[in-house]
Design a protein around this ligand. Structure first.
Ligand SMILES: [Zn+2]
Length: 283
């Protein structure tokens, strides 16, 4: 899952390949940028900002890309076959004499004056992996909507930037918090955020994203992607539901035993099933 750690690693690798180099090829395969040719431009910094990737050119322009669910950058030596997917999924090619950087399935591709970057990323909360990380500010933003469900609030990039579905469900499991808990009812909000950050920091130097310490497939996550499988701690079957506002629902996994709801958290729960999860669509 491309989350903040994925973007952080991509930025490191793109910076190593492109930083300070002049592009001998710089093209886009998306309609709105199809006429742009970056050949001759020199790449300056490559900066992760939450789940956004900013490639700054020394001529004062910034290329912003976003991976969403499926995007990736691949880096090849010239003449090496590209293997990131079919050619029609290539969205951008940035090449120097030494490297060919190919962006597959990129989203939100925009080229803007660097001075206007804030228009694209200014809404983001503190960056979980950023040099200017501010825990107090993140907690303040989370707490500003005390009735919001924590499973929704944690992935709202305006609260804090970088956490996606994987680190959301895994940190909630590790802290024993039911995803539908109100933000105000989370026993230790700071510990929850710090746990998500610790997981992301541990994974940022490599593409694998284990949260259990075990890299083996099927054992690498506590609840993510494990619907119906036994909880690695207690053996209860992991549940899957959808959470979030209409049309923006995200799937959520949780263990109903390790993450039992602590108090009635919706009308259905108040009518006699205190530990029953709120109405969700089970798949
Ligand atoms: Zn469990």
């Amino acid at each position: 899952m491309p989350e903040g750690d994925t973007v952080w690693l991509a930025a490191e690798r793109l910076r190593a390949a492109l930083g300070g180099a002049t592009l001998r090829r710089g093209e886009f395969r998306i309609p709105q940028l199809a006429t742009i040719d970056l050949t001759g431009a020199t790449v300056g910094e490559v900066v992760p900002r939450g789940k956004h990737l900013l490639i700054r050119l020394e001529d004062g322009r910034t290329l912003r890309t976003h991976f969403r669910m499926d995007g990736s950058w691949h880096i090849y030596r010239p003449g090496t076959p590209w293997k990131g997917g079919p050619a029609f999924e290539v969205r951008a090619v940035l090449a120097t004499d030494e490297w060919e950087c190919v962006g597959y399935r990129l989203h939100d591709v925009e080229l803007v004056p660097t001075a206007e970057e804030e228009r694209l990323v200014g809404h983001l909360g503190p960056d979980v992996l950023g040099p200017d990380w501010d825990l107090d500010e993140a907690l303040c933003r989370l707490s500003s909507a005390p009735d919001e469900q924590i499973g929704v609030a944690l992935v709202d990039q305006r609260n804090l930037a970088g956490i996606g579905n994987l680190y959301k469900v895994e940190s909630l499991f590790l802290l024993g918090v039911h995803p539908w808990t109100r933000v105000a009812d989370v026993p230790d909000l700071a510990a929850l955020v710090v746990r998500a950050q610790t997981l992301m920091r541990a994974n940022r130097h490599h593409p694998e994203q284990t949260t259990t310490g075990n890299p083996r497939r099927g054992r690498d996550h506590w609840v993510f992607g494990r619907r119906g499988k036994p909880c690695l701690r207690c053996g209860t079957a992991i549940l899957l539901g959808e959470q979030g506002p209409p049309l923006k629902e995200r799937v959520t996994w949780w263990c109903p035993t390790c993450q039992a709801a602590r108090s009635p958290i919706d009308p259905q729960a108040r009518t006699g099933e205190p530990d029953h999860p709120p109405p969700v669509t089970l798949r």
